[in-house]
Design a protein around this ligand. Structure first.
Ligand code: IMP
Ligand code: MG
Length: 182
């Protein structure tokens, strides 16, 4: 059987490492937000697996919602303009938001989404990202909770995609170069 694993060059973060780290982050958020009834907001689609695992490791009173965003690209560089394709349905006025994303790269997406949620009256907005690529940052933005710092390599799996594929890999890995050169 041909599986998606054949396209993977190397495993960067194993299932065990992911699970252990998600447990730690969930416990920290639980301690920080114990009495705050936070709203977890997942950024679709990349965060969906991390989001589901994180929620199950954070046993406090909380709500959840999702949004989807896309960034416009001009030529090879990100324009920094982010469009909200699907917005949350929950009223965020006065709520403490934990924005959950797969990866913080240039920072354009989360910078814009944070502003959007603040404009709508959120009491606080904190960022929880599975992966951080600080070397690529274009916006002044830092994650509040981060799973792993990664080098400037294109990674897939555990929700992260290449052309909407490989999200279902249970670990985070690097694609073989011939796969994205195709
Ligand atoms: P930013 O707005 O540049 O921070 O980019 C955020 C989005 O780019 C993420 O939500 C991902 O969808 C995508 N992205 C950035 N780097 C990677 C990667 O290495 N693998 C998969 N997706 C990535
Ligand atoms: Mg994404």
């Amino acid at each position: 059987m041909k599986t998606i694993e054949t396209d993977i060059l190397k495993v960067l973060i194993s299932e065990e490492e992911l699970h252990a780290r998600v447990l730690e982050i969930g416990a920290r958020i639980a301690a920080d937000y114990e009495d705050k009834d936070p709203l977890f907001v997942g950024v679709l689609r990349g965060s969906f697996i991390f989001f589901a695992d994180l929620m199950r490791c954070c046993p406090i009173r909380s709500g959840l919602d999702f949004l989807a965003a896309s960034s416009y690209h001009q030529g090879t560089s990100s324009s920094g303009v982010v469009k909200i394709d699907y917005d949350i349905k929950t009223d965020v006025a006065g709520r403490h938001i934990i924005l959950v994303e797969d990866i913080l790269d240039s920072g354009n997406t989360l910078y814009n989404l944070t502003g959007h949620l603040r404009d709508r009256g959120a009491e606080s907005v904190k960022l929880c990202v599975l992966l951080d690529k600080p070397s690529r940052r274009e916006k002044p933005i830092q994650p509040d909770y981060v799973g792993f710092e990664v080098p400037d390599e294109f990674v897939v799996g555990y929700g992260l995609d290449y052309a909407d594929r490989y999200r279902n890999l249970p670990y985070v890995g690097v694609l073989k170069p011939e796969v994205h050169e195709k």
